[in-house]
Design a protein around this ligand. Structure first.
Ligand SMILES: [Zn+2]
Length: 342
């Protein structure tokens, strides 16, 4: 099983034009370091994402595609819905609140495709799945009202954390001042009965735990306003992700270190406002940034995309078959907290 997964990761790397050596470097894969190749042209554009979603919508009976609003620059924001049974639990996946954190979206496209094939179709009998891919499409396309001239990646476009108004959408979940967060709250969070949510991000490249660079870091809601039962469910969601990712050779998941307790971020705000069990997952390295220590060489793309696919599949499956109820929250007591490698 492990062998098959590595083969898939390898194919993913090849498809993305990465070198054959990527799997061997997994986990300790190269940073940008000023000279690694980081070219944004290998990433799906917003238009390519929309074409993909419409194509899958036409192919998949179980899938419905809804436009939930528009970005500052007028791009449609999409919600992918697999609502098979109102009595089933519902999980929400959000990608790219920060526009320069794109591999989570690339992986989500793979997951959506897989839901239309025999491989994952059975999942949908036990869980309703909602997906908001590339929430910050303007930032992802570098179509913003501030300068990106210091950004490092080569390619057709730069990608930035902020939306077109230079607002951090993941600090806007209380004020909801931006059209992107308004769409997410009014048309997704308030409109559906959501039990679980995974908010997918990327962090810097230099975080380590137990002397090894992490493949990613996770955290449950830490706001004092969240119901303790919701925190426990969130910890179970995290335990599922931890165990699934760490079963692979490239997987090294630590506890996120700089979370904060403010309800302005999705991990806390969605839990406190809607009683949704949430998990933040920060993948290693960003697609573009001004700071070289944050940008990861694209040789690592294969395993990072795989890490997200594993996360999506494992959580959906555990919720669908009910095994999430047995997930062992004690894993949080031994999971190392990541720190910066100096
Ligand atoms: Zn982020």
């Amino acid at each position: 099983m492990k062998k098959a997964a590595s083969a898939v990761a390898l194919l993913g790397s090849l498809a993305l034009g990465a070198s054959l050596s990527a799997p061997a470097l997994a986990g300790e894969g190269p940073s940008y370091g000023g000279n690694e190749t980081v070219n944004t042209s290998i990433l799906a554009t917003y238009d390519e994402l929309v074409t993909f979603l419409k194509d899958q919508d036409a192919r998949q009976d179980a899938m419905t595609l809804e436009v939930i609003g528009q970005t500052v620059k007028g791009r449609d924001i999409h919600l992918v819905k697999y609502l098979t049974d109102p009595d089933n639990p519902t999980v929400l996946y959000i990608t790219q609140q920060h526009g320069n954190e794109q591999l989570t979206t690339e992986a989500t496209m793979e997951f959506i495709r897989s839901l239309g094939t025999g491989k994952n179709a059975g999942l949908l009998e036990g869980v309703n799945i909602l997906i908001v891919p590339m929430l910050n499409a303007d930032g992802a396309m570098g179509d913003v009202d501030f300068s990106l001239e210091d950004y490092l990646a080569a390619g057709d476009r730069h990608l930035t954390r902020y939306n077109a108004n230079e607002i951090d959408l993941n600090r806007d979940h209380v004020a909801q001042s931006q059209p992107e967060t308004q769409a997410l709250h009014s048309r997704v969070l308030a409109a559906h009965d959501i039990d679980y949510a995974v908010d997918l991000h990327h962090q810097g490249t230099d975080r380590e735990a137990d002397g090894r660079l992490v493949s990613g870091a996770i955290l449950y809601p830490t706001s004092p306003n969240v119901d303790p039962a919701v925190v426990e469910d969130s910890k179970r969601l995290g335990a599922v992700v931890h165990d699934a990712v760490n079963s692979y050779g490239w997987g090294h998941v630590a506890q996120y270190d700089v979370g904060g307790s403010a309800d302005t971020i999705a991990r806390n705000g969605l839990a406190s406002q809607y009683d949704i069990a949430t998990l933040l997952f920060e993948m290693r390295g960003m697609s573009d940034h001004e700071d070289p220590s944050r940008v990861l060489g694209q040789k690592s793309n294969g395993y990072l995309i795989r890490q997200t696919v594993v996360t999506l599949e494992a959580t959906a499956r555990a919720i669908a078959d009910g095994s999430i109820e047995n997930a062992d929250v004690a894993v949080w007591d031994t999971m190392p907290v990541q720190q910066s490698r100096d």
